[in-house]
Design a protein around this ligand. Sequence first.
Ligand SMILES: *Cc1c(COP(=O)(O)O)cnc(C)c1O
Length: 408
Amino acid sequence: MKSFTTRSLNIPYPKKDPHNALAMPIYESVAFDFASAEDIAANFRGEFPAHTYSRTSNPTVEYFETKVKSLTGAHQVLALSSGMAAISATFLAICKQGDNIISSNHLFGHTLALLEQSLSAYGLETRFVDTSNTELVEALIDSNTRAIYFETVTNPQLEIADIAKLADIANKHGILLIADSTVTPPSVFHSKILGVHIEVMSATKFISGGATSVGGLIVDNGLYKWGNNPNCLEFSKKFGKDAFIARLRKNYYRNMGMPMTAHTANYMIAGLDILELRVERCYKNCLKLSEFFQQNPKVTRVDYPGLKDSPYYDLAVSQFGGVPGTVMTFDLESQEECFRFMNQLKIIRRATNLNDNKSLIIHPYSTIYAEFPETERLKMGIRPTMMRLSVGIEGAEDLIDDMEQALK
Ligand SMILES: *Cc1c(COP(=O)(O)O)cnc(C)c1O
């Protein structure tokens, strides 16, 4: 198979461009014209596929979806206004009041808040568990369980679950396996091969690359029998393999207003074409920085699952080709030392985002997790001595020089 980048650059438009434009035009138009009353009536009956209104679909967004679909080999792909829109629409489309989801206990903060605060108010229960222990996961499944949900690499703990084992359990019980793969983008992670049914991701991070725009993706690998989910059963009779995306598009994406805009899709398309290059560069930088940290006596601990001495190294190799994202953590003696260090940095920026082209550093204990009591934070592996570094595409030597002067 040709390389990710070659394929990304050569995916045909869904419709031929009248001017043979090499870059997909940005269709910044809300509505689309029909040649006849019969055509528009047929479209509304679902018998004449065409764009009608940009809250339901848009040509530039469709091209972004087409690219992701082709690159991942997925059955269906939907682009949404944010990663959180992708995650919330997915839960809404597969659950109703009284259902439950089994989720990893280490989650992106807003996903945790979505489950614990937003969706619990509508009667959705979440059972949190250590997803690296598959026996514990299986013990929580009952007849109202609709899915197992996990993140491919948890952040900032940087833990990795055994995906094939989770897929086995999900398949045994006829429930969904849903992965948030934001930190392991499609150039390194092939969710379909590992048996993930649905992949959700924040395209805001690695795919947008330059941190230019907020967006999300839902990838349906086409591996799940939708008749097994009581909430998708009706749709599966009419739409078969398309039941999930059809239900989600209509009842949530359209009715709740979650579309990606054409301008955002344009940024995402550009980001996707150079994704593989950026990931490779970030990964090389990540390894060089971790070597530097391991040799520096002031650094008391370094965590990156791409390192051979990491307990997750084998899973990082088998599941992500050895590139388990490009976020690492490292520790200094004290919180004061961390703050002093961060304030001395000249190239590396202090910010909360991930997978920007720029390297970004944050002290999670005093920021992202500050609202949790100390005992909770420690239980989640958030140490006052730890910093999270999202490694960018700068020159490795420049990053190391910056670290070196700030550690002095
Ligand atoms: C950022 C992030 C999200 C949310 O994505 P948005 O695009 O900011 O809505 C979800 N999951 C993970 C792992 C993230 O890092």
